[in-house]
Write a protein that binds this ligand. Structure first.
Ligand code: DC
Length: 207
């Protein structure tokens, strides 16, 4: 049985953590769709055309070790604004979402464009400052030192671009449940998300 969980939200709000934990808890497959845009953006850094880069993506590209760097994140946000790049990545995401056994996808347009019929839609968010703190810690752990103000400015620039673009902008689906993780620990956020999914699974079983 296919059961799709769509998770959207701005950068570093905790959606990846929640998505991974839900996938592990329910035994579903997980796709971090940001990696598709990061891998595409990374290929453009050496001058490759963005559409050619998106069309040439291979599973191994998603495993590259340097996809989490700030340069690749900004390149991802740029290529993600191109409708033809987004279109080239749709089929792969929809096929993943409809696999038997359940799937969790996280990104910016999963509940609005990729899986408008998802069984559960979450919009995971947090204050700008909290997100910048989390991203700074994550970068430090990977050996990329960056000042708080720089990380905050980077996140805001990326969110502004992701929200203002005409093609599949970042916004909550009308029927999404918002999870504001600003004052939550990871365990609290995951527990809240599990509760929301359990309620949807119970509804689906009754239907
Ligand atoms: O989730 P992330 O930070 O890894 O995403 C990197 C960039 O990719 C982000 O700035 C916007 C873009 N993106 C998108 O436009 N749509 C998605 N479904 C996922 C990511």
């Amino acid at each position: 049985m296919a059961f799709t969980i769509a998770i959207d939200g701005p950068a570093a709000a905790g959606k990846g953590t929640v998505a991974k934990a839900l996938a592990a808890h329910f035994g579903y497959a997980h796709l971090d769709t940001g990696l598709l845009y990061r891998a595409t953006g990374r290929r453009t850094l050496d001058g490759t055309d963005p559409l050619d880069a998106a069309r040439a993506l291979e599973p191994a590209d998603l495993e590259a070790g340097d996809l989490r760097t700030p340069d690749v994140a900004q390149a991802a946000s740029h290529v993600a604004a191109l409708p033809e790049v987004r279109q080239a990545l749709v089929d792969f995401q929809r096929a993943f979402a409809s696999r038997a056994g359940g799937a969790v996808l996280d990104g910016r347009d999963i509940g609005t464009v990729i899986c408008p019929e998802a069984d559960v839609k979450l919009f995971v968010t947090a204050s700008d400052e909290t997100r910048a703190e989390r991203r700074q810690k994550e970068l430090r752990e990977k050996g990329h030192g960056a000042g708080f103000d720089e990380v905050l400015a980077d996140l805001r620039a990326r969110d502004a671009r992701d929200s203002a673009r005409a093609a599949a902008p970042l916004r909550p689906a009308e029927d999404a449940v918002t999870l504001d993780t600003t004052r939550m620990t990871i365990d609290e956020a995951v527990a809240a998300a599990i509760e929301i999914v359990n309620a949807a699974r119970a509804d689906r079983a009754r239907a």
